[in-house]
Write a protein that binds this ligand. Structure first.
Ligand SMILES: Cc1ncc(COP(=O)(O)O)c(C=O)c1O
Length: 408
């Protein structure tokens, strides 16, 4: 049996690198090399690989209760997680629905939004608005609200029709005329990750929220990537001082140990499902919903925010990003640099700009040869490190990026 790897074109790419163990910001290969994981293994790792407290929490939970069906049952780890999230999230977001990963958190949010109106006798209010350049996951619903891209091209027939906007004024125009058809708007707050680490101002996010509220449309904040400190605040929505109606959280939630996700929503939304009429039930649930091991990993991950100087580490990363990006900005190969919190992006000049840009493979291989895992999004090189990365390793990562620009 041969393994089929995700987002991998084996006809042109090097074979997968066997990794034996991870520690802090490092991955150790079977052939004795050490790689700096400068992308937190697809943005999931926060406190470092192999963090002993998270590993121990999972082990302890496994010895007690590995899993139980989450319909009709509950358990301590799930209750603890809800209590912890209540302390972190805006008070209005006081219902949490557990699922498996970022894509399912988004599917859940879209379905809740649509059924919210359906349950109130407005089945025609069922369309979703999304932003240009968005990425919300690979399942059919999440892929529908994601922008058209090489990832989605083969699946046009399956994708749901979505209204797409690129600005606050376009949203204003759309909602002014068609809000009776629209259930919700979904956004990645401030940073559009997989779309190329594109960033937009907090004032736009605030305006999106105001327009949605004004026109009776729910706002879904997809914080799958941006949540849990990534942008320098616990949640990216905080930069704009907004509370969305629904929020999706995953990736870093378990510190990068286990797949787990949360869709949080306002109690008022839950109210539209609470009924003696059973047809109002949210008939959605995954086999592993509320998995105790995932909850234990999430509890330990959130606990580390309270017991370790996590936001000081985040600030230290920001400062290093700022210094290096100021230099890189002047490089002739660089079109743009952007950053927010721990996220830094360097957009390179390329005749074939975009996800399929030919510079991507050359860069990727060069970085690996020099001991750094960076996975450019086409011609956009980005750094999204675990928060525990040491300053020397982050400076070294920039040194290697600088060298790569020289050979391009
Ligand atoms: C903003 C956003 N939403 C959703 C997803 C999908 O998450 P997952 O890959 O865990 O399904 C991603 C993944 O990169 C993401 O960046």
């Amino acid at each position: 049996m041969i393994i089929w790897h995700p987002y991998t074109q084996e006809a042109t790419e090097l074979p997968p690198i066997p990794i034996e163990r991870g520690k802090g910001a490092y991955l150790y290969t079977r052939d004795g090399r050490r790689l700096i994981d400068a992308i937190s293994s697809w943005w999931v790792n926060l406190h470092g690989h192999g963090h002993p407290l998270i590993a121990e929490a999972i082990a302890a939970q496994a010895r007690k209760l590995e899993h139980v069906i989450f319909a009709g049952f509950t358990h301590e780890a799930a209750e603890d997680l809800a209590a912890r999230l209540a302390r972190l999230l805006p008070a209005e977001l006081n219902r949490v629905f557990y699922s498996d990963d970022g894509s399912t958190a988004v599917e859940v949010a879209l379905k809740i939004a649509i059924q919210y109106w359906y349950n109130q006798g407005q089945p025609a209010k069922n369309r979703i608005v999304a932003l240009e350049h968005a990425y919300h996951g690979d399942t059919i619903g999440a892929m529908s609200v994601s922008a058209d891209s090489p990832f989605t091209a083969a699946f046009e027939v399956l994708r749901l029709p979505v209204f797409r906007v690129c600005s606050t004024s376009a949203l204003d125009e759309l909602l002014s005329t068609r809000n009776h058809e629209i259930a919700a708007m979904i956004v990645e707050p401030l940073v559009q990750g997989a779309g190329g680490m594109k960033m937009y101002p907090a004032s736009d996010l605030k305006r999106f929220q105001e327009l949605c509220a004004e026109h009776n449309v729910l706002l879904i904040a997809d914080e799958v990537f941006t949540g849990l400190g990534r942008t320098g605040r616990m949640f990216s929505c905080e930069h704009a001082g907004i509370t969305p109606d629904l929020m999706c959280i995953s990736k870093g939630l378990t510190g990068g140990f286990l797949p787990f996700a949360v869709t949080a929503c306002r109690n008022q939304i839950y109210g539209a499902f609470y009924s003696t009429d059973r047809s109002h039930t949210f008939y959605h649930g995954h086999s592993y919903a509320g998995n105790p091991l995932g909850c234990a990993a999430a509890n330990a991950t959130l606990n580390i925010f309270e017991t370790e100087p996590v936001f000081e580490r985040i600030l230290a990363i920001e400062r290093i990003h700022q210094t290096h990006l100021a230099d890189l900005r002047k490089h002739p190969t660089v079109v743009d640099v952007r950053m927010l919190g721990t996220i830094a992006a360097i957009e390179l000049r390329a005749a074939d700009a975009g996800y399929l840009s030919s510079v991507r493979s050359r860069l990727y291989n060069f970085f690996i040869e020099h001991g750094v895992l960076l996975r450019p999004l086409g011609n956009v090189v980005y750094i999204v490190p675990p928060y525990v990365i040491g300053p020397d390793d982050l400076h070294y990562t920039y040194e290697i990026i600088g060298k790569a620009l020289e050979i391009l």
